[in-house]
Design a protein around this ligand. Structure first.
Ligand code: PAF
Length: 270
């Protein structure tokens, strides 16, 4: 019987930046062969979303990638030869909250293409960025629920020197919006600071105090249209209960102008 191929997969939608290159670096440390997929997946975009304006730059992407990676950049007809898919992966309850609430169907489309990529490439490991925390949660859940025979490796978010999480969508921000966008990472820092203060002064409502510290930062910037800031239990991707102690993830999403941005940070609730 053939063994599991020594392949690591980095699924992307292209418009590659240092965040993606960190995924590729990790992939290289985990397998002898690295496949980077580049495909802007129409299934994960809603009717009023930015599918048409999502940045595409295959030539630039190929220049950025190390020459020894294998690039899989199918077009929509190659990936969906029979036309619109009839069979989909559904993300379930955890796919209908936060990003899923604002982008109905997004996670079903994401999981469906990720499942296809896993089946096509057959990697022993796939690498995802922590910036898309809910995506990571759902991919891991799919791998477990559907018995995909691979590991999921998660790489920390790569940030600009001023703290902004790297994202393909950052290129849509003008100078003013780019400044406003910093409120997301500043809010996460405020949450982390609140945690460190609470470590000395424990309270029954730690979660609420941490949320308020972050919300104060976000509400102070008029250019931020906040969608959500929440502290979730990373094992369930649900808001933590009031008496929660232990590892948590602070997640935030906001629009700056017409650009939707996400960020998150790990916390340890004392
Ligand atoms: O994170 C992304 O870029 C996409 O959601 C992914 C995982 C490549 C699926 O299209």
């Amino acid at each position: 019987m053939a063994g599991i191929p020594d392949v690591a997969l980095v699924p992307t939608m292209g418009a590659l930046h240092e965040g993606h290159l960190a995924l590729v670096d990790r992939a290289k440390s985990l397998a002898g062969n690295v496949v980077v997929s580049i495909f802007v997946n129409p299934l994960q975009f809603g009717a009023n979303e930015d599918l048409d304006r999502y940045p595409r730059d295959l030539k630039g992407d190929l220049e950025k990638l190390p020459s020894d990676v294998i690039v899989f950049a199918p077009n929509a007809t190659e990936l969906y030869p029979l036309g619109p898919v009839e069979t989909r992966v559904t993300a379930g309850h955890a796919g209908s909250t936060f990003e899923g609430a604002s982008r109905p169907g997004h996670f079903d489309g994401m999981l469906t293409v990720v499942a296809k990529l896993f089946n096509i490439v057959n990697p022993k490991v796939a690498i995802f960025g922590q910036k898309d925390a809910q995506q990571v949660f759902l991919v891991k859940r799919m791998v477990s629920d559907l018995n995909f025979a691979l590991e999921i490796e998660v790489v920390p978010t790569v940030r600009e020197p001023d703290g902004l999480a790297k994202s393909s969508r950052n290129r849509f921000l003008n100078e003013e919006q780019r400044k406003d966008a910093l409120a997301l990472s500043r809010a996460l820092n405020a949450a982390m600071l609140a945690v460190s203060i609470l470590e000395q002064n424990k309270s029954a409502a730690d979660g609420e105090i941490i949320r308020s510290a972050a919300l104060e930062v976000l509400h102070a910037v008029p250019g931020i249209q906040l969608d959500y800031f929440e502290i979730v239990d990373p094992l369930k991707f649900e808001p933590i209960p009031v008496d929660y102690h232990g590892p948590a993830t602070a997640i935030v999403a906001a629009k700056v102008g017409t650009t939707r941005l996400l960020d998150n940070a790990p916390l340890s609730i004392p």
